[in-house]
Design a binder for this molecule. Structure first.
Ligand code: PLP
Length: 464
């Protein structure tokens, strides 16, 4: 085996990668033909690749590196914890200091009576926990028929069989026998794409009332919970109309169902508050957390649950858990991440300074001839691409063709901005400065200009 260092030739690394490494959400043959970009280092909002390029990461990795790359405090904490106690489990009446401290800290940060944490290794695992927990909760309450969970099309809740079924990604459901039974989906509140002739406010109410209609259709005594992201992330940063969450909250209050807020992206400052539920004004019974919990420095996730749920679940043995639930190194790193977020007032900065500044700059991109709308909450935003913004028209080409072409220009301009269909999305590290925001916007605008030129040249700048 060769010595694999960052100094190996890029082509050799790419060949080895394509030969043996199966990548998530990737067509492996395309990857082999093109070669993966090899990321070798990072600092702040910047990544470095094996060719020495400096790349502005406007996605914070996968929505997770909230405090930015290169914070050695987290490395130090991890090393210290590994020397002291690299691993012990939290089964069988044992605990570790980092796990219990992190649970207590999360109880302090979380709103309302969300005071209890069940740890997992990822967001997917945490949502699998939630699926079993809400059903177990109702069974323990003497209502075992309350089993169905209502979710939304185009939601993303993870990639395991359970969490992928909770999600509403049709491309995922098409592979491997998902969704599992007992999950129902309603429409997402995506006014730009699906709102038709309705006003955004009317459309928000229309989508929310689908929850009520679904509960009536299936029977309230069969529904356990509704799960949703406060602001959809992987679905394309779909910011719901203002009427949506108040109406959902009304329905959840009137009906006997639990509300699970998937905060995996929205949590830990992304929306300008500690949790997206606070920004969007909802009161969940359970929150799913992962990603920004550790800023991605260690894999860790969890479920923060209410006093009531914890009391009911706690009265019997919950036959569920992961080897790495409450992993001491991951928990210690998460604690250090939360300390930095707090002490450097990063969430507050997003709320009061850099967030509003990014919003102003980002929304100005809506004057670009190919951008129909620019929506942003805190530091998650999206641009809807269109050949005709007066009609919110879709492109005649297959969905995603144009988005991909713009993404290619971002790639060439050393800007990581992803596309979801024909939407361009950003979710930068929360430590991004005003000057770096200016640089992000400059590169985004250049990429849009070049992308539009390429789209026109290919004869694709036409409405469906
Ligand atoms: C990423 C994500 C998940 C899944 O988290 P993993 O750590 O990838 O398993 C769940 N929910 C939301 C909203 C996410 O964005």
């Amino acid at each position: 085996m060769q010595d694999l260092t960052n100094h190996m030739e890029t082509a050799a690394l790419q060949t080895l990668d394509a030969a043996h490494h199966m990548h998530p959400f990737t067509t492996q043959t395309d990857l082999a033909a093109r070669g993966a970009r090899v990321i070798t280092g990072g600092n702040g909002i910047w990544l470095r690749d094996s060719e020495g390029a400096q790349i502005l990461d406007a996605m914070a990795g996968l929505w997770c590196v909230n405090i930015g790359y290169g914070r050695s405090e987290l490395a130090d904490v991890a090393a210290r914890q590994m020397r002291e106690l690299p691993y012990y489990n939290t089964f069988f009446m044992t605990t570790t200091v980092p796990a219990l401290q992190l649970a207590a800290k999360l109880a302090e940060l979380a709103p309302g009576d969300l005071n209890h944490v069940f740890f997992a290794g990822s967001g997917s695992e945490a949502n699998d926990t939630n699926l079993r927990m809400v059903r177990t909760y109702w069974a323990e309450k003497g209502k075992p028929a309350k089993q169905t969970i209502i979710s939304r099309w185009n939601a993303y809740h993870g990639s395991s069989v359970g969490s992928g079924s909770l999600g509403g990604m049709k491309g995922m459901h098409a592979q491997g026998g998902m969704p599992i039974p007992g999950i129902a989906h309603i429409d997402q509140p995506d006014w730009w794409s699906e709102g038709g002739d309705m006003s955004p406010d009317d459309f928000g109410l229309y989508c929310a009332r689908q929850l009520e209609a679904k509960i009536d259709e299936l029977g309230e005594d069969s529904i356990a919970a509704f799960i949703a992201e406060p602001v959809q992330g992987a679905g394309g940063v779909i910011v719901p109309p203002e009427t949506y969450w108040p109406e959902i909250s009304r329905i959840c209050k009137e009906r006997e169902i639990l509300l699970v807020a998937d905060e995996v992206i929205c949590g830990f400052g992304r929306t300008g508050a500690w949790f997206g539920s606070q920004t969007m004004g909802l009161t969940p019974d359970i929150m799913t957390i992962a990603k920004g919990l550790s800023s991605g420095y260690q894999p860790i996730g969890g479920s923060i649950v209410s006093d009531e749920i914890a009391a009911v679940i706690g009265a019997t043995e919950f036959n569920h858990g992961y080897t790495y639930s409450g992993h001491p190194v991951a928990a210690a790193v998460a604690l250090e991440n939360l300390r930095i977020l707090e002490e450097e007032a990063i969430v507050q900065r997003v709320a009061e300074d850099t967030g509003p500044y990014l919003q102003q700059q980002f929304e100005a991109l809506a004057d670009h001839p190919m951008v129909g709308e620019a929506r942003i909450v805190g530091m998650m935003g999206s641009l809807a691409l269109t050949p005709d913004k007066t009609r919110r028209a879709k492109f005649a080409a297959d969905a995603g063709t144009v988005g991909y072409m713009v993404r290619e220009r971002c790639f060439a301009n050393n800007l990581i901005m992803r596309h979801v269909g024909d939407r361009m999305i950003i979710s930068p590290p929360l430590v991004i400065t005003r000057a770096e925001i200016d640089e992000l916007i400059t590169r985004a605008r250049r990429s849009l200009d070049e992308g539009m030129a390429a789209v026109k040249e290919a004869g694709l700048f036409t409405a469906a």
